[in-house]
Write a protein that binds this ligand. Structure first.
Ligand code: C2E
Ligand code: MG
Ligand code: MG
Length: 559
């Protein structure tokens, strides 16, 4: 290549570099002009760039092929560059020459190769923006993803047009069963068709995206909400156009109607309200459509307060037991008591209903339970030291403990550390609706029994009790749930009474005692007598009380 050609080559190269450094203003025509000049310089007859999203696409020839230059003089391949990017994207650039053209000197081939690499650099820059878009904003199956949703939210938020719209999140109910029934592939078709249907309801004034699995999230105009909810509450979805095969798809959905006007600081402002509603819709026993309202907001607020304050509150001894006496109805005397947790925060007493369910969501509840047991042991130790009257105290333990293999050891170490006779302590576990952890529960109760600690099953009969809970687990005490007793003025539990009678009988035969919870009236006491139940815990006798009141009560009864 002579000197002047060489200079020309470098000036073209410079133009191309400038172009690469300014990808935002990429001008394809100018690019082709430079390429044409290169081609003439090296007698190239044709330049082709190819772009594939993946190796498989390349193999199947499914990609984009651009002929950047072609003078029609032949296709003898002279230079070929192929790049496989980390993302899996494949790019190729090939130069051809006329079949009868002389071989190019190595020097020139190298120069051409440099051009090919620069072209690919440029292509990758421009095309990768598109790829990133595609990879980043859709999921593996091509559904717009959560990021697409967030981007949409940000956009409408900055336009200021969010106010008055509706945010929704839904879950396809029992979609696993649909997959089982029709197979996964057809299941995918069902999901896709369902998605298309919902998308068509949402139309251009909103968006629906998939969050993963069978969870979807979106925004739509208030006027379309009714149609959306109608479709989500159950709609037949066709999955085989020919045969008109259909399957019913029902969803659970959380709905948040945005105030008007509305603007967020952070998209989480919406998620924080929408997600609890969706999760109640999905997991709650009630309605499958749940609107985020004041009450829900308060719940959310409360649970954040609890989670945030718990560690400090525990460290600063803000929790302590109230004691509720258990009374022998034949003598009227206190024979035991249940320790019930109270939280004194900023001079206010917080009831367990407000914090136990929140703590139950993590293992924080276990810390609280052990803390309570220790607090009870402290009280008993003091009574022992002072020679005060003492009754057995029952302490509630969450089922969360059951996964702790050293639970019983942990428990006995707390009791033993204060040298409390173990039979002063009773441990309550609630009966739950499912029988998850039944084996663990059985083991723990057996172990506790073997080390001399009493056990009771709490709220018995409140859920769908399995009788195996009684026959297979050696409880000392059954605490019969208060739902067996009629509420004042109502007689809606009449048909439960025979069951209560039988529970008492079974307990007796199995050598267990019973405590009836929620005894509030004279009538309740009468029912207890008729059913041979002897120990009552309820407001009729005593409400839960501070330890000093409890000590006084025991003293009075013994004097
Ligand atoms: P629980 O273990 O079933 O405790 C009995 C609950 O019924 C107590 O509510 C008690 O105040 C209430 N109660 C007693 N007699 C009557 C009555 O005659 N009528 C009515 N309507 N209610 C009565 P509390 O103290 O609000 O505790 C609620 C629940 O919180 C407890 O139910 C227990 O499940 C849980 N809890 C309390 N303390 C602890 C604890 O330290 N650890 C754990 N894991 N749970 C606790
Ligand atoms: Mg209890
Ligand atoms: Mg109870």
């Amino acid at each position: 290549m002579d000197k002047s050609k060489e200079l020309y080559y470098y000036s073209l190269l410079e133009d191309m570099t400038d172009m690469m450094n300014d990808p935002d203003n990429f001008d394809r025509d100018a690019f082709i002009r430079i390429l044409t000049r290169f081609a003439e310089l090296f007698n190239v007859s044709k330049g082709v760039t190819e772009f594939y999203m993946s190796l498989t696409d390349e193999k199947n020839g499914y990609g984009e092929v651009l002929i950047d230059y072609d003078n029609g003089h032949g296709d003898k391949e002279i230079v070929k560059r192929r790049i496989v990017a980390k993302s899996g994207v494949v790019m190729k650039c090939t130069f051809y020459a006329a079949a009868d053209s002389p071989e190019l000197p190595t020097e020139d081939l190298k120069k051409l190769d440099l051009i090919a690499r620069m072209i690919l650099g440029l292509v990758s820059r421009n095309r990768l923006i598109g790829v990133v878009e595609k990879l980043g904003f859709t999921d593996g199956q091509g559904y717009p993803n959560y990021r697409t949703f967030l981007r949409y939210l940000q956009n409408v938020n900055s336009e200021g047009t969010l106010g008055g719209r509706v945010a929704f999140k839904y879950n396809l109910r029992h979609f696993g069963l649909v997959n089982q029934d029709v197979g996964r592939t057809v299941g995918d078709v069902v999901m896709r068709n369902h998605f298309e249907l919902i998308s068509s309801i949402v139309g251009n004034h909103g968006i629906v995206c998939r969050m993963g699995g069978d969870n979807f999230i979106g925004i739509l105009d208030k006027k379309d909400l009714e149609s959306l909810l109608a479709a989500l509450s159950g709609v037949p979805v066709v999955y085989d156009n020919g045969n008109l095969k259909r399957v019913m798809v029902r969803s659970s959905v959380g709905v948040f109607e945005l105030p008007d006007p509305y603007r967020f600081e952070d998209p989480d402002d919406i998620m924080d309200i929408l997600m609890p509603a969706a999760s109640i819709a999905k997991n709650g026993s009630g309605d499958s459509i749940v609107f985020a309202d004041e009450k829900l907001l308060k719940m959310k607020h409360n649970s954040m307060m609890v989670q945030k304050n718990f560690p400090k509150a525990l460290a600063e001894n803000e929790f302590f037991p109230y004691y509720q006496p258990q009374v022998d109805i034949t003598t009227g005397r206190t024979v035991g008591a249940e320790a019930l947790c109270r939280w004194k925060k900023d001079g206010r007493l917080i009831m367990p209903g407000q914090f136990i369910p929140v703590l139950e969501q993590s293992t924080d509840i276990c810390l609280l339970d052990f803390y309570m047991l220790d607090a009870v042991c402290r009280d008993i130790r003091r009574w022992m030291d002072e020679g005060s009257p003492i009754v057995r105290i029952s302490v509630n333990m969450s089922r969360k403990h059951l996964i702790d293999v050293d639970f019983v050891e942990h428990l006995t170490s707390i009791i033993d550390r204060r040298q409390i006779p173990r039979d002063y302590i009773e441990i309550e576990f609630t009966e739950t609706v499912d029988n998850a952890g039944f084996g663990e529960l059985k083991q723990v109760v057996e172990k506790l029994r073997s080390v001399g600690i009493y056990t009771s099953v709490d709220d018995f009969g409140a859920g769908y009790t399995a009788l195996a809970l009684l026959s297979d687990i050696p409880w000392n005490i059954i605490k019969i749930d208060r739902s067996f007793l009629p509420e004042q003025g109502k007689n809606d539990t009449a048909n439960l009474l025979p069951i209560m009678k039988h529970i008492a009988q079974i307990a007796d035969e199995l050598g267990m005692s019973t405590v009836v919870e929620g005894v509030e009236t004279e009538e309740h006491v009468k029912i207890m007598r008729e059913n041979n139940c002897r120990i009552a815990q309820g407001f009729f006798y005593h409400r839960p009380m501070p330890v000093t009141d409890f000590e006084e009560l025991l003293l009075e009864e013994t004097s």
